[in-house]
Every structure is written in structure tokens, then in C-alpha cells.
Design a protein around this ligand. Structure first.
Ligand SMILES: [Ca+2]
Length: 208
């Protein structure tokens, strides 16, 4: 019963928070899964419900821990038997000349290893004919505590879509890289909403 109340509260809080900010990402905290496919997040899966996001390789939606709400995305090690790379992306309409910022909170098991792990912005031309520009931030010095990373870039001439990509490759056997509470917005209107982690919600319920 308590878990049901927490889930309901999470929905209410997330809706309240999202109503008052400019995040271009849909389902930015991975709270909404696909019915009957809980390891996939809507808007982060191709054709679920549109073609502007996807998850690939060893990345899955998980409820192991969270920075906000109940769910995260995790890029799992070779133990998952899903290849040595993984990630996810989502995109929105871009305005040439506008500066965009993306931020996210990351956590990694101590034994997690990857040759490359990054959060990047890609700017695509209309019809996805050209990848016009990429700006990347490496997820460095990450360990078992939540840490915020961000990347900024100005949309070049001809940009039609701005895409946030989180990617890892050359990954080792153990652990997982985990992330949550993503924001993509133009810099002038960038607001990072307050996080509502599951522990905080349980504390609120216990006080009632
Ligand atoms: Ca979440």
C-alpha cells in the first residue's frame, strides 16, 4: 500500500514540477515505463510513442536506486550479456543561434569501467541529412554517489533538431553506469526542477 501511495505521490509531484519549467525532454526522469516492458521508458524507445528517442545496447530502465522518483536508466556491464556499449537519446526541435544546455545526475558502481562515457548534444539538419555539430562532456571521476554533469552548445545554422545522447562504450564486465533527472532546455529558460527521491517521499509518508 505504501508503495502505491509513493507512486501516486511521485506522479503528482512530477506533474507539478514539470508544469512550471521548460524541459524539452519528455519523461526526463524515466518514471514512465512501457506497459508490459518495464525495462523500457516511453519517449526513450523508438516508436514509443514517436521516433524522437531510443535506447540501445546494454541500457535499460531500472529501479535499483534513484536521484528523482523511482526509476533510472542504467548502462550495464558485460554481465548483462547485451554487448560492450549502450546508451539512450532523445531530441527536440532546435532553433539556429539558440544556446542549449543539458544536465543530468550520474552514479556508478565502484567496479564499473568504460573506455568512453559521455553526455553530448548533437545538432541535426532537416531530414537528418547531416550531423552539423557535436559537443560532448565526459562522465569522469564518477563513483557511487550522485553527481551532476552538464554540456552546453549553440545551435549552428541549419540546425533542425537538438539531440541529447548519453553513451558508453568499451565497457567492462561489472557494475553499471546509472543516470536520472535529465534536463534539456535553451540556456535562457533553463530551470532544473527539484528532485523528489524515493527516500524523501517515504520520510514524508512516515511523518503523516
Ligand atoms: Ca527517476
Amino acid at each position: 500500500m505504501k508503495k502505491i501511495v509513493v507512486v501516486l505521490l511521485c506522479g503528482v509531484f512530477c506533474t507539478l514540477v514539470l508544469a512550471d519549467q521548460s524541459n524539452l525532454l519528455r519523461n526526463p526522469s524515466f518514471e514512465d515505463g512501457i506497459l508490459g516492458q518495464a525495462d523500457r521508458a516511453i519517449y526513450w524507445t523508438m516508436h514509443e510513442p514517436d521516433d524522437h528517442g531510443d535506447t540501445y545496447g546494454s541500457a535499460t530502465r531500472e529501479d535499483w536506486r534513484s536521484y528523482d522518483g523511482l526509476y533510472i536508466m542504467a548502462i550495464r556491464g558485460l554481465w548483462a550479456n547485451a554487448g560492450d556499449y549502450g546508451g539512450c537519446w532523445q531530441e527536440a526541435d532546435a532553433e539556429p543561434g539558440t544556446k542549449y544546455r543539458a544536465s543530468g545526475w550520474f552514479w556508478a558502481d565502484p567496479e564499473w569501467r568504460a573506455e568512453l562515457q559521455e553526455m553530448k548534444l548533437e545538432f541535426w539538419s532537416a531530414g537528418y541529412e547531416d550531423l552539423l555539430m557535436t559537443k560532448s562532456t565526459g562522465i569522469r571521476r564518477i563513483g557511487p554517489e550522485w553527481r551532476r554533469y552538464e554540456v552546453e552548445a549553440r545551435a549552428p545554422e541549419g540546425a533542425d533538431k537538438v539531440r541529447l545522447v548519453i553513451h558508453a562504450e568499451g565497457i567492462g564486465y561489472n557494475g553499471a553506469l546509472q543516470f536520472d533527472h535529465l534536463v534539456l532546455a535553451d540556456v535562457e529558460h533553463f530551470v532544473e526542477p527539484e528532485a523528489w527521491p524515493i527516500d524523501l517521499m517515504i520520510d514524508i509518508l512516515d511523518e503523516e
